[in-house]
Ligand binder design. Sequence first.
Ligand code: CTP
Length: 415
Amino acid sequence: MPDAINQSDRIAKQLPPALAEFIKEAGRVAASQGQNLYLVGGVVRDLLLGRANLDLDLVVEGDAIELAQRLLQGKPGKITRHPHFKTARLQWDNMSIDLTTARSETYARSGALPTIGPGTMKDDLFRRDFTINAMAISLRPNRYGELIDLYGGRSDIEHGLIRILHEKSFIDDATRIWRAVRYEQRLDFLIERNTLRLLKRDVDMLDTISADRLRYELECVLHEEYPEKALRRAGELGVLQKLHPGLKGDEWLARKFEEARASAASYNLYLALLCYRFNANEIEDIVSRLRFPKPQAQVLRNVASVKSKLPALQEPELLSSAVYRLLHGYSHTAIIAASVASDSSIIRERLLLFLNTLRYVRPALTGDDLMEMGVPAGPRMKEILQRLHEARLDHKVRSKEEEADLVRRWLGSKK
Ligand code: CTP
């Protein structure tokens, strides 16, 4: 990389002018208080890589909350303070910046969150996961743009390597195992040899991580542009199986994720496909292992239910009303997942017929209309509405008038 040290041109080129101006000004304000301010972490990595990243993290050797207040003075923004962590989030227009007090971290035991203490920028960089994420750029006016690279992050970026900073890194925080896989696959890098050896040695440390933190790592993977790449690698390394021994990051999954992207990929859809080959018991197992919140738990349970309906959906000559009866009540995502996962064209066709058309079909006559026609409220009305709905679904009636004729016929034949 020719522009070895000073990154001010990259900042000017890659960040939106308002953000670039803001951080420059922030550096000036901090300096006027005798404090050093730095751009750190992912944004520095991405500046060097020429990748877009608007998630800015600033670290100050001083009080982050006080500085945040000063920076927003007279501006129409919002500050969210976290006094315990000495951090503040600044938001204005559509921009957001995290401001943290430089800190050191120690780990009382594997899997626990770290104990935080005051620290210098150097301590703050040393507490980080990988060399490529452990660089900073000074925002101090007389050193603006200067790259601080204490662990060889820039060289690892050049060589495409994910490298931890010390031998105990994965023991301190095993979520870094997932992070290593994620960055490696996102950036088309390689996990460096010794780091890979330690990752394999420490893979069981993932058992010390809470369900919520593991679920968060899975969420991050599923939010990647090509999640199947990280899942495949995690499968090869035995990392995926730590979430659930039955999960597979294989060819089938890669193909289905790709297909999902062609329609409407989302976190829930990827999750549904990842667990698609599970039976109902395995679904319950992963829901409780990872403590999925209700919406995801429901999608996963619905996947198992929809799957159980697929043989019936394959019957020839199935009426639309029968398709409706089989599928209504299940989440949209679970049905899409089944349509992406299924290799039968008739099943796909019927699932999509339900999603695109049948689920919107309603009779034109309402309960009030039926009452005017002499149908009493109660079970009889319910039954008539249901039969009308089915007649509509099966194109036996096509207008309000035809529905009314049909109801009159039913009423007549009952009398
Ligand atoms: N970090 C760390 N160890 C972790 C989590 C985070 O060292 N377990 C540090 C890294 O320096 C990282 C920074 O905190 O760069 C911010 O974390 P995060 O927002 O998760 O990552 P980003 O680098 O911003 O990456 P991404 O592009 O995935 O958001």
